[in-house]
Design a protein around this ligand. Structure first.
Ligand code: 5RP
Length: 234
């Protein structure tokens, strides 16, 4: 792991740090190509920055309806995953990232499409403010997209592991993802072996996607800090 600090900047708000890393990610966008785009408030900053170079790229593959709408509103063409082969880069945020580039994702309920686009990309560039950096994954409730009929069985399975899983709600009803499924948020877990955890939970019947990104971990993290954007490579 290597760190490169940029020159120090005055104390910035979390929102300003997100803008900073969103802009910094532009240097990973390959002119003439299609870029993989994640979801969330940090990615929204990246999308806004990407609009400034929209004439230099073919377009984007998006990981959610929300990102697609933002990209299109800014005049950036959006391609379906099935229309493209390998992407050179996927740029997305994270809810947590550890010292090896493993992440927890899905706070915005877009984890399944995020993992699909990440798997299609040669490198994952994570953009995050430094509140997302953790020693061990497990501080943020772990999102898991599930088939609704399996929800109660999966809640029991997480409980055997020591976790407390709850169906994510929107108002009084379960939140329904872009894929028509539900999200479980699991607290009380410490993920010491992200690869083994992802492999195990991914195989439970009814799990669509677990929010641990170990197989699709970040190759680079642009971390917004009080002293500027730190580039961490794994
Ligand atoms: C969405 C995600 C986001 O990348 C994650 O929740 C971080 O979001 P934000 O940039 O808003 O903090 O995984 O499913």
């Amino acid at each position: 792991m290597t760190n490169q600090n940029s020159p120090s900047t005055p104390l910035l708000s979390q929102d300003e740090l997100k803008t900073l890393v969103g802009k910094a990610a532009l240097k990973y966008v390959v002119p003439g190509e299609i870029v993989g785009v994640g979801t969330g408030s940090t990615v929204n900053k990246f999308i806004d920055a990407l609009a400034t170079m929209k004439d230099q790229i073919k377009g984007a593959v998006s990981s959610s309806v929300a990102s697609t709408e933002r990209l299109l509103a800014l005049g950036i063409p959006v391609f379906d995953c099935n229309e493209v082969s390998e992407l050179s880069v996927y740029i997305d945020g994270a809810d947590e990232i550890d010292g090896q580039g493993h992440m927890v994702k899905g706070g915005g309920a877009a984890l399944t499409r995020e993992k699909i686009v990440a798997a299609q990309s040669r490198q994952f560039v994570c953009i995050a403010d430094d509140s997302k950096l953790v020693e061990t994954l497990g501080r943020f409730p772990l999102p898991v997209e599930v088939i609704p009929m399996a929800a109660q069985q999966l809640i029991r399975q997480f409980s055997v592991m020591g976790g407390v899983a709850k169906v994510r709600l929107k108002g009084n009803a379960p939140l329904v993802t872009d894929n028509g499924q539900w999200i479980l948020d699991v607290t009380g877990l410490t993920v010491t072996d992200p690869l083994a955890f992802e492999a195990k939970v991914s195989q439970w019947p009814g799990v669509v996607t677990v929010g641990v990104f170990a197989f699709q971990k970040a190759k680079v993290c642009l971390l917004g800090t009080a002293s500027g954007v730190k580039t961490i490579t794994y």
